[in-house]
Write a protein that binds this ligand. Structure first.
Ligand code: SAH
Ligand code: SF4
Ligand code: F3S
Length: 450
């Protein structure tokens, strides 16, 4: 592999944590070929775009960035350009990229990372675009791809791939394929290794972790997986996402309650507070069931933080439907909410529904919802004033060299002044100034604690 000596790669990633983790695997593959990472496109011999298509905005950003690469490729014909990720899993998009951006050398699918070395070896200068996307939606989980992780404290670990839920607005099941759980032993072995390597926090990833194990033989389920993960030496914190409300079992609530390493945080996307919209979304729960679940979780685990995703302006959403969403947000009092304007995705059932909501109404509703969610976040955070919280210190603050940044178990960001020896450790911090997006505090030294 002398040809790759001193070669450099750059990966740009859009989308969710699953994509971020896939990029770590891609980095693992290309580093094993001798490439090393650089930040700037201009310095790279290999540029990889790992794309997302969950909303139109994400796709447009990718096309904008791709256009820019044409000039770089013209200046340096040896540059290899690859595009992968969810966008390319749609055959028409893969073909569009090959046709409209012929300077792209490789288009590969989310399930083809293990083939990347071979694809790179097959690239010919000024040859046509190599397209290798996965068509086999039933495909197996590929194990053993080394991840070159971007962090030494926190690690992403996929527990399952794909999604079977077919929410009517969502493209993910079409591009990521059917639900496939990794074998429990593979996951636990990965966690053991991460613990030995000094990682302190893991986030277990899946589009719907609560249905983990349904496709496996035996009795595996997510609650049991959490209990086993909780026993892994070295790992101090376990997070997971995302939970679909329809599959969140009482057994899982007990597992979160009982396992001291499992963080006090559940991301539980609600999407809408209106029963008729939830039905059209194919979410398979009602607002009453969601509320009951949220109250049940809070009753069992009082210090839990609940966060959510909400879509505004789903086809047919009336002012009354939207008020139901505002109402449920006020009742559950989420610690934070990711709010999205509905985006039409080709091929999904919602795209062909009637009564699409005009843009100006969507924007007006989004603003009202944002005002409400931010007010609730600020109120929830204000309760933490003068409280002592445990923070896993992640690093130095991006804006202040003498300030450290970390997170509480409830996933709130905390900034406080201290020294870098605390990085990667759990620290006790007294919150002095809770704000909406983050909390400011001061370190409590063990000796001053009583
Ligand atoms: N599997 C996860 C999240 C997947 S996508 C889950 O079900 O919770 C992340 C979020 O994007 C979704 O929760 C939803 O709120 C949002 N989303 C998905 N498709 C969308 C669309 N077409 N328009 C707007 N938001 C969308
Ligand atoms: Fe999309 Fe629904 Fe699957 Fe989440 S659960 S990925 S929103 S289809
Ligand atoms: Fe986007 Fe694919 Fe994730 S569509 S949100 S990168 S699963």
């Amino acid at each position: 592999m002398d040809g790759t000596k001193d070669k450099k790669y750059m990966i740009k990633t859009w989308g969710c944590q699953m994509n971020v983790h896939d990029s770590e695997k891609i980095a693992g593959v290309v580093s094993s070929l001798g490439y090393r990472s650089v930040e700037a496109e201009e310095q790279a011999d290999l540029i990889i775009f790992n794309t997302c298509c969950v909303r139109e905005h994400a796709e447009l950003k990718v096309y904008g960035n791709l256009g820019r690469l044409k000039k770089l490729k013209a200046e340096r014909p040896d540059l290899i350009i690859a595009v992968c990720g969810c966008m390319t899993q749609q055959r028409e998009v893969a073909e569009h990229i090959a046709k409209r951006y012929p300077f792209v050398d490789i288009v590969f699918g989310t399930n083809k990372i293990h083939r990347l070395a071979e694809l790179i070896a097959n690239v010919k200068p000024s040859g046509s675009t190599i397209v290798d996307i996965h068509e086999d939606q039933e495909g197996k989980v590929i194990e053993g791809i080394p991840a070159d992780r971007g962090d030494s404290i926190k690690a992403w670990v996929a527990v399952m791939h794909g999604c079977d839920n077919y929410c009517s607005y969502c493209i993910v099941p079409y591009v990521r394929g059917r639900e496939k759980s990794r074998k429990k032993d593979q996951i636990i072995n990965e966690l053991i290794q991460l613990g030995q390597e000094g990682y302190k926090e893991v986030t277990l990833l899946g589009q719907n972790v609560n249905s983990y194990g349904k496709d496996l033989e035996g009795e595996e389920n997510f609650a049991r997986l959490l209990r086993e993960a909780n026993r892994v030496q070295g790992i101090e914190r376990i997070r997971f996402m995302t939970s679909h409300p329809k599959d969140l079992s009482q057994e899982l609530i007990y597992a979160v309650r009982d396992c001291h390493k499992v963080c006090r945080h559940i991301h539980l996307p609600i999407q809408s507070g209106s029963n008729s919209i939830l039905k059209c979304m194919n979410r398979k729960y009602t607002r009453e069931q969601y509320l009951e679940l949220a109250y049940r979780i809070k009753a069992e685990i009082p210090d839990i933080s609940l966060t959510t995703d909400i879509i505004v302006g789903f086809p047919g959403e009336t002012e009354e439907d939207f008020r139901q969403t505002m109402d449920i947000v006020s009742r559950v009092r989420f610690d934070s909410a990711f709010t999205f304007l509905y985006s039409k995705r080709r091929g999904t059932p919602a795209a062909s529904m009637e009564n699409h909501v005009p843009d100006h109404i969507k924007h007006e509703r989004l603003k009202r919802l944002l005002d409400l969610t931010q007010e609730i976040t600020a109120e929830n955070n204000s309760v933490l004033k003068d409280k002592i919280v445990e923070v896993l210190v992640e690093g130095v603050s991006k804006t202040h060299a003498d300030r450290l940044t970390g997170r509480t178990s409830t996933n709130k960001i905390v900034h406080f002044n201290s020294h870098t020896h605390l990085i990667g450790k759990l620290a006790k911090v007294k919150i002095t100034d809770p704000q909406s997006w983050s909390l400011y505090g001061e370190e409590i030294h063990e000796s001053s604690e009583n």
